[in-house]
Ligand binder design. Structure first.
Ligand code: HAM
Length: 429
């Protein structure tokens, strides 16, 4: 029989690497809490129409990459439904905002999420078909201040803080404004007009985008197309006064907070809902898929999916890419997490006493690996060296005398420790 494997583009995450995932998530939760965000958990699948209307029919995500299926009716009373595994979570969060009438509270909603997303992309390093995002959204009625440029700057400052606390060094924040919906429409027309004559000299993708979604031409990575792209009109020139002033205020607040950024007039992002501020944080260590995270403002998204006016801004971090970056920066990061002690019972008659000792030590917060009395001492030492920083030997003599033998692997030192002092010794680094 052929062996079954994880589906292409999906992966199992195993220890010790999962310890790093947990540390990242704990740090993210702690930082979000300090900025007064609360967690939202939305379903992993949604009505396909949500993404078609929210993210945009012409985007790569919706037109090519979604996992969509027909959920067939099982009874006369049911209707079949087109469902999709979420390719991103902003549309789902805004759907929930509308469904639960969160706007009626009159307050800004500050929501974060951590969870899997699904896109049928060609798998490569840093790009998977199931991947995890850590994201956050700030959304609310305009009267709650949801349009304020201060919200944009605060979100960006929070991201800089989070990446710094995670220990990610050498990130770059790329910043742009794609203007209001009207600005974007004007810019699209300007681009379209120029592309009519130059697109035939560009790559196949650009020729298609020139017709379907001209903004995406700016994202093209084909080297031969770059000189042409440089000559195209810049979106900054299509912004109206309000959008220009909004962007200037975001920049002024970032300058005041000391958050470094690079203005990048070509940053347009691959989802249709963006308005005004858009951004990406990149990291050189990631190779071709160098975007650690992306986000921006989406002032018209709620209305696009049938809700009230509810401007918002948010981001999503590629958690898989955070892990890759941290592993590359600090190779031993995930591998060095070991238990405080390994308890080795000498003979099977000591197993019960060893469980009791392990229980006592675990109750005071120590990380304990429990061996087995059927192992020879040599085998116990080998197992202990791989999984723990110290070994504690528990034989008949030790049980009677209440004095245990403890060996520390890093120094090779072996000492006798009275049981009352064991906790303190094992807690030492
Ligand atoms: P996005 O740029 O499509 O934006 O994705 C955000 C991040 O998710 C990317 O920068 C990348 O790190 C990660 N990512 C995307 N696709 C993959 C993949 N196939 N494998 C691994 N990582 C991936 C959004 O999803 C928007 N919802 C962000 C947002 C929130 N905008 C406003 N609010």
């Amino acid at each position: 029989m052929s062996t079954l494997k994880a589906v292409r583009g999906t992966r199992d995450l195993l220890p010790p690497e999962t310890a790093l995932w947990n540390r990242i998530e704990a740090t993210a939760r702690a930082v979000f809490a300090r900025y007064n965000f609360g967690e939202i958990r939305t379903p992993v699948f949604e009505d396909t129409a949500l993404f078609a209307r929210g993210v945009g029919e012409e985007t790569d995500i919706v037109s090519k990459e979604m996992y969509t299926w027909e959920d067939r009716a099982r009874a006369q009373s049911e209707k079949s439904q087109l469902l999709t595994l979420r390719p991103e979570n902003t549309a789902g969060v805004v759907r929930a905002y509308i469904e639960h009438k969160l706007g009626e509270t009159g307050q800004l909603q500050k929501l974060y999420y951590i969870g899997p997303q699904f896109r049928r992309e060609r798998p490569q390093k840093g790009r998977y078909r199931q991947f995890s995002q850590i994201g956050a959204e700030v959304i609310g009625p305009p009267s709650a201040g949801s349009e304020s440029p201060l919200r944009d700057a605060e979100v960006l400052e929070m991201l800089a803080t989070l990446l710094d606390e995670l220990g990610i060094t050498g990130w770059t924040l790329h910043l742009n404004s794609v203007g209001s919906t009207a600005d974007r429409a004007r810019y699209n027309e300007a681009l379209r007009a120029v592309l009519v004559s130059v697109a035939p000299r560009m790559c196949q993708d650009c020729q298609r985008r020139a017709v379907t979604n001209p903004l995406r031409v700016l994202d093209c990575k084909v080297p031969e197309d770059q000189p042409i792209i440089e000559t195209l009109p810049k979106i900054g020139d299509s912004l109206d006064q309000d959008s220009k002033a909004h962007f200037a205020a975001v920049i002024a607040a970032l300058d005041a907070a000391g958050v470094p950024y690079q203005l990048n007039p070509r940053l347009v992002r691959g989802l249709d809902y963006y308005t005004r501020t858009t951004f990406e944080f990149t990291h050189g260590g990631l190779g071709a898929q160098n975007a650690l995270l992306g986000g921006g403002r989406y002032d018209g998204l709620s209305e696009a999916i049938g809700g009230p006016k509810a401007p918002g801004i948010g981001f999503a971090i590629g958690e898989d890419r955070l892990v890759l970056t941290l592993l590359a920066q600090n190779a031993e990061d995930a591998a060095t997490l070991k238990a405080d002690a390994y308890i080795a019972p000498l003979g099977e008659g000591m197993n019960a006493a060893a469980l009791s000792l392990a229980r006592e030590l675990r109750h005071v917060g120590l990380y304990i690996e429990l061996g087995d009395g059927s192992f020879r001492l040599k085998k116990s030492f080998e197992a202990a060296d791989k999984t723990a920083r110290r070994i504690v030997i528990l034989g008949e003599d030790e049980l009677q005398s209440g004095v245990l033998t403890v060996k520390t692997f890093s120094t090779g030192e072996q000492i006798k420790v009275p049981r009352e002092q064991l906790k303190a010794v094992l807690a030492e680094p």
